[in-house]
Design a binder for this molecule. Structure first.
Ligand SMILES: [Zn+2]
Length: 96
């Protein structure tokens, strides 16, 4: 009996260490998941720039975002406006 009992004790302490490691691992993953969630919610919902770092402009007629270089430019009453297409530009001009 004096030989068997210490062995059970060793086994129990090993289980406790494993339990602790498992809890630590779970906690670590939880912290990581919360960190990812916070980082994702902090980013703006609308893309301000394209992948190349080009500025995005909003079509005032239909609300579409287009890269500045692809937008149809029109100066109305001293204000530079950008449209996604010539149709939108003409429609906007007729409605104003
Ligand atoms: Zn448009």
């Amino acid at each position: 009996m004096s030989i068997v009992l210490p062995r059970i004790g060793d086994c129990m302490s090993l289980l406790r260490v494993l339990q602790f490691l498992l809890l630590f691992w779970l906690f670590y993953n939880l912290v990581k998941a919360v960190g990812n969630l916070l980082r994702r919610s902090a980013s703006p919902p609308e893309p301000e720039k394209t992948r190349d770092g080009e500025e995005m402009v909003q079509d005032p007629y239909c609300g579409t975002y287009v890269p500045r270089s692809l937008a149809v430019k029109k100066v109305i009453e001293g204000q530079t406006l950008y449209f996604c297409s010539e149709e939108c530009r003409d429609a906007y001009r007729h409605s104003h």
